[in-house]
Design a protein around this ligand. Sequence first.
Ligand code: ME8
Length: 520
Amino acid sequence: MAEQQKKAYYVTTPIYYVNDAPHIGHAYTTVAGDMLTRWHRQRGEDVWFLTGTDEHGQKVMRAAEAGGVSPQEWTDRLVETEWKPVLQTIDAANDDFIRTTDERHSERVREFWQTLYDAGEVFEGAYEGPYCVHCEEFKLPGELVDGEDGAKLCPIHNRPVEMLSEKNYFFRLSAYADKLLAFYEANPTFVQPESARNEVLAFVRQGLQDLSITRSTFDWGIPVPWDDSHVLYVWIDALLNYATAAGYGTDPERFAHLWPADVHLVGKDILRFHAVIWPAMLMAAGLEPPRQVFANGWLLVGGEKMSKTKLTGIPPRQIIDVFGSDAFRYYFLRAIPFGQDGSFSWEDMAARYKADLADQLGNLASRLTSMVGRYRDGALPAPVDEPAVREAAEHAVTTAEAAIDVIDLQGAIIAAMDLVRVVNNYVSETAPWQVAKDETRAADLDRILYATAEALRVAAVLLNPVMPKACAILWGALGAEVTLGPIADQRVQEAATWGRLPAGATVTKTEPMFPRIEDE
Ligand code: ME8
């Protein structure tokens, strides 16, 4: 029977502004998307993971001016020297990288807005209001906070807003408030977590203002197709990346395969754009809204959002050079419940590295590989059941799978690490080094070694999406690469099936998964 082509699992990160280099806040959302997509790949699904850069607008233009080059030169340089390389640094396996200056994007954006213009969704008008260039957003006067000398500040950036008065084009966003509310009602998990959903509901219930979608005071943007004295507002250009990268307007088959996106991962700072403006734009064009917008919390520094503008951004390299990319990925996804705010500290990072990674996972792997080496010449004993360990492994897989379904990345990691902890205790309690001294108990020793190896196999499959480098080492050490094939091909659903590691698999002591970090 011909296999019907199923829709792909399509995940996106925000496309990041290239006014500056990436910091760990950007890496955080990308790493979350990477873990999620690696997990779905290990379910055997067809997955597409998109990231990229947002290059138009005043914020980027001013950064280029300050750098003394044209915006195009600026973005070309930053994308190549910073934004693409950071994906390697954090070990992200994205399938595509879109830039809003790509023609595949800008041409389709013009077509999209021309269609809405022709359909009467856009009108000419005037608007005056406070604008934050760092948000690239008009603010409502009531949202502003008071600064020194009576200045009005953006509540997110704590920087002065500018009064902008413009005659330009508007999208009839106000006409979509009721449709959006009906959509949220029919799709209760469209905005997650719950706190984000509540914020969006409250915002839309107040009614929506029409949205100014063009700018005529500067020209770094996509020219408006029906009036080339204006460029399109950066946000209504940027949001379309999710569709243009998926083949909207060029490749209907591919678009049908990818769209609607399964989840847009975003920071909570850009929730309204994704959960209000974006679905309204899609509705206006007769396209399906994405299935979910999931807002991650903020990484905080001194209680405030880490940011480029406040110079509190830590480059991922700084942490990864010390701890490695696996520990970086593990730390942020394990330490912070996904969706909530969290703080980074070197002390906390070092403590978790030691307690969870070196002393639990690394230690269990090293205990097993040395014992199989010492007592069984490196050959894994034959499969045999050990109900307590098998049940712990089954529980870990079921719990982790359920967590992934609701994008509880922390929950999935905890489930896997609980298994590691249980099995470390099992090894301590069964004391195989004592059992080994008694020749009449050879079968007991075989069972302990086999069960420990199987638990490690399951842990490796579950932890591979978050720590692919360390899990590849573990996979090799278990002799699984040779007997079961690459770890990335292991199905999570089948991970708990007991007895997959075959008798005689070659277990070897390898390089440490989590080397000791020298105290600084
Ligand atoms: O907003 N904590 O780009 P951006 C957690 N170009 N996540 C953080 C973070 C922090 N301190 N700082 C940044 C834009 N992020 C637009 C998006 S999408 C069509 C256009 C992450 O460079 C988080 O995901 O300001 C946030 O939403 C994103 O980076 C903002 O990146």
